[in-house]
Write a protein that binds this ligand. Structure first.
Ligand SMILES: [Zn+2]
Length: 149
């Protein structure tokens, strides 16, 4: 059997261990009321992999979303530079700044979700025999502290 694509499972927010189960309860990135779009399953509904493997596990995702944001801004700067261009005598740079900021704000919900998918994929590896093997046991989990980000 072919290994499911890493990029596709990131974009679709799939569990990194089986690449079948959903990490998030809602599949709507923009269901932001009450933070519903970032509520995660406690365990992968398909293979049972816990989605929170340590206390405060997703704290580090702020660095991931920061890096994604900077990468996006670099990309949009280059795109603007080669299409519209910048000039010191007009305010095109402020147009780029404002539009880039606006797009980043609009992209925040999917960026937050992809950051978590990326983060957990660095700690939980794909297991081709996920049906037979048990997920690794997680220690030091404080149930009251889960999903409180
Ligand atoms: Zn899974």
């Amino acid at each position: 059997m072919q290994t499911p694509s890493y990029i596709l499972s990131l974009i679709n927010n799939k569990c990194p261990r089986c690449k079948k189960g959903d990490l998030f309860i809602s599949n709507k990135a923009y269901a932001i009321k009450n933070g519903k779009n970032v509520k995660m399953h406690e365990k992968c509904p398909v293979c049972g992999q816990p989605t929170e493997i340590e206390v405060g596990f997703y704290y580090g995702t702020s660095y991931v979303s920061y890096a994604l944001t900077v990468a996006f801004s670099g990309f949009s700067f280059a795109l603007w530079f080669f299409t519209i261009g910048f000039n010191l005598e007009d305010n095109r740079i402020f147009w780029w700044l404002s539009l880039n900021a606006l797009v980043l704000i609009l992209l925040m919900p999917p960026i937050m979700r992809i950051s978590r998918s990326l983060w957990i994929s660095w700690f939980v590896k794909y297991d081709p025999n996920w049906e037979k093997n048990q997920p690794k046991h997680v220690e030091r989990i404080v149930p009251e502290q889960m999903n409180n980000w």
